[in-house]
Design a protein around this ligand. Sequence first.
Ligand SMILES: Nc1nc2c(ncn2[C@@H]2O[C@H](COP(=O)(O)OP(=O)(O)OP(=O)(O)O)[C@@H](O)[C@H]2O)c(=O)[nH]1
Ligand SMILES: [Mg+2]
Length: 237
Amino acid sequence: MQLTVVLPTYNEAQNLPVLVETLLSLAITDCRLQILVVDDNSPDGTGVIADRLAATSGGRVHVLHRPGKLGLGPAYVAGFRWALDQGADFVVEMDADFSHNPKYLPAMVAAIAEADVVVGSRYVPGGMVDPTWPIWRRFISWWGSAYARAILGLRVHDATAGFKLFRRHVLERLPLEQTRSNGYAFQIEIAYLCERLGFRVVEIPIVFDDRTVGTSKMSPAIAIEASWRVWQIKRRY
Ligand SMILES: Nc1nc2c(ncn2[C@@H]2O[C@H](COP(=O)(O)OP(=O)(O)OP(=O)(O)O)[C@@H](O)[C@H]2O)c(=O)[nH]1
Ligand SMILES: [Mg+2]
C-alpha cells in the first residue's frame, strides 16, 4: 500500500528537514510512506531544501513547486491530485510546523481500517489545543469549529482540523477543483463534502502543539473568510 503525506510549505525551512526525517522513520506496517512537499516559492529557501531532501531520499520525497503564495487550499488540491496520479492508496494532509505531531500517524492509519477518513481531532476526549495558549485563542479555535458545525450540521467535532487521512476513493469522489476556499474554510469544506457524500469519518484525539520555530501564516483575513464561506458552502452543495 502506498501512503502519501502532502506537506504544504511556506517558509518552513527550519521545520521541514526534521519533519521529513521523522515521517520517514515512522513504523507504519503494510504501507510505503512517501512525502510530497508543495512549496509556494518560499522566500526562506524551503523549496531548495525540499529539493535537496528529495535528491537523497531514494524516491520517497517529492516536491511540487508553485510560482508564489497561492494559498493553502489550492496547495492541497494540487498535492492531492499529484498523489492520486502517482497511485496513492492513502493520502495524509498535515501542517509542516509540527502542530500536527507525526507520532499520531500510526494510530490514524490503524483507524482507517474501519473508516474512509480519519481526522486528528482536538475536540474529542483526549484531544486538545496547546495548553499554553491564552484563553482567548483557545476560545476562538473552539468557536470556529462550533460555528461551522452548527451551521452545516456537521457530525465531526473538529470541523477545522487540518490533520486528515483519506482513502484514495474519497479524494477521487470529492470535487477538488471546484473548491475555492483557503485556510480553515478549506478544511471545513472538505469535512462537509465527506459527510455529504456519506463517507465514514472517524476522529482520533490529538494534542495540537503550537509551532516552536517559524512564523504563522494565519491572519484575521483567513478567519473572516471561514465565517462567510461556511454560508457559501451550505448554499453551494
Ligand atoms: N504551499 C503553501 N503552504 C502554506 C500556505 N499558507 C500556509 N501554508 C502552510 O500550511 C501549514 C499551516 O500554516 P500555519 O501558518 O502554520 O497556519 P496555522 O497552523 O493554521 O496557524 P498557526 O497556529 O499560527 O501555526 C504550514 O505548513 C504552512 O507552511 C500557502 O499559501 N501555500
Ligand atoms: Mg501552524
